[in-house]
Design a protein around this ligand. Structure first.
Ligand code: SF4
Length: 243
């Protein structure tokens, strides 16, 4: 394992203590720079540029050594962390300290997942639209062409299949807003995730404050209670998160 490779990890930020980024674990969160998508509800637009990296992995790793026994886990988030070629080495080094390893990803690079799988304990996979709904994924992620949206949807499907087959603890999470996710889109999400073998799905209501693009507030009754009940019937592991 190359320490020199891990040293190039493009770190844009570090959260030193989080109880919400890895369910049930106290975690440090390492935010990696770079994401090619342009979701309107993105709360981390500054992290989308690769040149936003400003912290050095050797220093973060040295700090993590002081947290052994105090934190349970290290979560690699972003941006889109799987884009960083130094991620496997950095994960291995954090794991060698005894931390559980978590990953936040939108599943856009399935070819980057196989070397990560043996290093992972938990994944939060961002599912922006029903896996077969390339058009909605393209709208949510700000993709510029039908071809780009179809490639992105195929990548998300492949990532989802890899993660489910791996048996790694997985939470799919969908950030939803009524302008983007109509009831039919939510039903398709639940049906397609359930059919794919997803057991835990968090529906996260978009927070308009601080979004990259202005979005109107979300009504308190979105999604409607009857719809939520239907979604929970389709996928019993449904969680609802409102900020
Ligand atoms: S996938 Fe979307 S929400 Fe996530 S960092 Fe990229 S632009 Fe932001």
């Amino acid at each position: 394992m190359s320490e020199a490779a891990a040293a190039t990890l493009g770190i844009a930020g570090l959260s030193r203590f989080s109880s919400v980024d890895y369910p049930g674990q106290l975690a440090a969160v390492v935010f990696l720079a770079g994401c090619p998508w342009r979701c309107g509800y993105c709360h981390n637009p500054d992290l989308r540029r690769r040149d936003s990296a400003r912290l050095h992995w050797p220093e973060v790793l040295a700090w993590l050594e002081t947290r052994v026994g105090l934190l349970d886990a290290v979560v690699f988030s972003g941006g889109e962390p799987t884009l960083d070629p130094a991620l496997p080495q950095a994960m291995a080094q954090a794991r060698a300290l005894g931390f559980r390893i978590g990953l936040h990803s939108a599943g856009m690079r399935p070819q980057r997942l196989p070397p990560l799988l043996p290093l992972l304990d938990w994944v939060g996979l961002d599912i922006k639209a029903a896996p077969q709904d390339a058009a909605l994924l393209g709208r949510v992620a700000g993709l510029r062409s039908t071809a780009a949206a179809e490639r992105a949807a195929a990548a998300v499907r492949a990532s989802l299949a890899l993660l489910i087959a791996s048996g790694i603890a997985l939470e799919c999470r969908s950030t939803v807003h009524p302008l983007l996710h109509q009831p039919r889109a939510l039903r398709e999400l639940a049906e397609q995730l359930s059919a794919a073998g997803v057991r835990r799905w968090a529906l996260q209501i978009a927070r308009p404050e601080g979004c990259q693009q202005p979005l109107p507030p979300v009504p308190a009754d979105y999604p409607a209670p009857a719809l939520l009940a239907d979604l929970a019937t389709t996928l019993p592991g449904l969680l609802l998160r409102r900020a």
